[in-house]
Design a protein around this ligand. Structure first.
Ligand code: GLN
Length: 453
């Protein structure tokens, strides 16, 4: 823990942490030492972790990287972080993210962008760590924690993992409790870990997961010992290769990476099968209706009265308006406007309802593939390697949204998705592959992920 605390202090230029909690970390580490000396101790005893600043932490500022929550100190602890502390983990601090987890490059944070520890060959340009869990992915990649919590609404665990050469899993919807995690789009949000290898990911998820009476969407099912699945044989597993993910204009480099992944799994004994997920191309536009719709509703609570920032106004409505205008950043305001628009009486049927129907069709595509015997699906994680700060999305936000083309389907269908590092781009940046599983069969993903890693 001391070594990590020192490393965090030395690596301020990456801007991974919004709040550092060194005293708390050393206290927790001492308590862990005492438990270990007594022959006690949990699965994560003494392991120093970073916590995405979307998880409420009792007595420690929680901001969702937004000005509107600056100074908000929860008096309660999220279920997932409570589970980690129960198993002996140590908290190093709160990790930076895109504001309210909206973004794919960690450039929308009120506390400034996170910088990836990676660089392109022969270039000093600052590279983005992905988003929204960019603080988590960069901190894990730069050894500023052993593992980190993250969240994934449309790719925010998997895309940053792919951009930084780390491992991340979005578990099945309902696997982890969402209680005490700042809500973005409640029907899509899931907690999960980012780590440096598949085994760590399995160990950390086991602690994070489990039923919770405080989240009615969390599922009452036993949590398997995921670590046992790491290294297990994948012989005979049927791997679907969805033809619709071979997008027009898919870069040759990404196509070659995907082919290499197929070869590795075949060499490990898996059976490769071409499959079709016909509604794939509608997933991204439908996601960018459903997610902002739910966000506009969830973010209505930030009124300047209950949490964080409060501007003065001539009356209560003026106070709300001033607080929200100043408190929310540009991307968050854009999402709220899209969300309220697609939910409004005149446009609900044309946009929101239609997007929900598309969502059912996407889910059915996966169901049919799994019913036909497919155990897991292999796809690229991202359409490109990480890009430089300021390179994408400033003129046209859709350019940034396109990053999520391979990841949003998984959230729309509520499935588990694991991203593992699978190689480097021609300019020396990490590339990841994604494995999509059957509901609640994260174990299969860990076995396959280990075979690729
Ligand atoms: N990049 C996507 C978005 O901006 C996904 C974010 C997330 O998974 N939290 O909505």
């Amino acid at each position: 823990t001391q070594a990590h605390v020192d490393a965090v202090t030395r690596a301020k230029q990456l801007n991974c942490y919004i709040v550092e909690t060194p005293e708390k970390a050393l206290d927790m580490a001492k308590a862990a030492d005492a438990r270990l000396a007594r022959g006690e101790g949990g699965a994560l005893e003494g392991l120093p972790l970073g916590i995405k600043d979307l998880y409420c932490t009792d007595g420690v500022q929680t901001t969702a990287a937004s000005h509107i929550l600056e100074g908000f100190v929860p008096r309660y602890e999220s279920t997932v972080t409570s589970n980690l502390w129960r198993d002996g983990a140590v908290m190093l601090g709160k990790l930076n993210l895109d504001e309210f987890a909206m973004g794919s490059s960690n450039e929308t944070s009120y506390f400034g962008p996170v910088v990836s520890p990676w660089r392109r060959n022969g270039s000093d340009a600052k590279i983005v760590p992905g988003g929204s869990s960019g603080g988590s992915s960069a901190a894990v990649a730069a050894h500023l924690c052993l593992g980190a919590t993250a969240t994934d609404t449309g790719g925010s665990i998997r895309q940053p993992a792919a951009f930084t050469g780390t491992v991340g899993i979005k578990p099945t919807y309902g696997r982890c409790s969402r209680w005490g995690i700042v809500a973005f789009a409640s029907s899509l949000d899931q907690a999960g870990p980012i780590t440096r290898n598949v085994r760590d990911c399995a160990i950390m998820l086991r602690s994070m997961a489990g039923h919770d009476l405080k989240d009615t969407t969390s599922v009452d099912a036993p949590v398997p010992d995921y670590e046992k699945a790491v290294g297990a044989s994948v012989k005979g597993k049927v791997i679907g290769i969805p033809r619709e993910y071979r997008l027009d204009g898919l870069s040759p480099e990404i196509a070659a990476l995907w082919d290499r992944g197929i070869d590795w799994l075949r060499a490990a004994g898996a059976e490769i099968r071409d499959i079709s997920l016909p509604h794939t191309r509608h997933a991204l536009p439908a996601y960018y209706i459903v997610a902002p719709a739910e966000a506009s509703s969830n973010l209505a609570r930030y009124d300047g009265i209950r949490y964080g920032l409060r501007k003065t106004g001539k009356d209560i409505v003026d106070l709300y308006e001033k607080t929200r205008a100043e408190g929310f950043g540009k991307e968050v305001r854009r999402r709220i406007m899209i969300g309220t628009y697609v939910l409004s009486a005149g446009y609900y049927d044309a946009y929101y309802l239609r997007a929900q129907k598309i969502r059912s069709l996407i889910k059915r595509d996966f169901d049919l593939a799994y019913e036909a015997g497919v155990d897991a699906i292999l796809t690229p994680a991202t359409p490109s390697p990480a890009f430089a700060q300021g390179e994408k999305g400033s003129a046209d936000p859709v350019e940034m949204y396109l990053n999520d083309v391979f990841t949003v389907t998984v959230n729309m269908a509520g499935l588990p998705g694991l991203v593992v590092p699978a190689g480097l781009s021609s300019d020396g940046l990490p590339l990841g592959l994604q494995l999509i599983g059957r509901p609640f069969e994260e174990e299969t993903l860990f076995s396959l992920g280990e075979a690729i890693e």
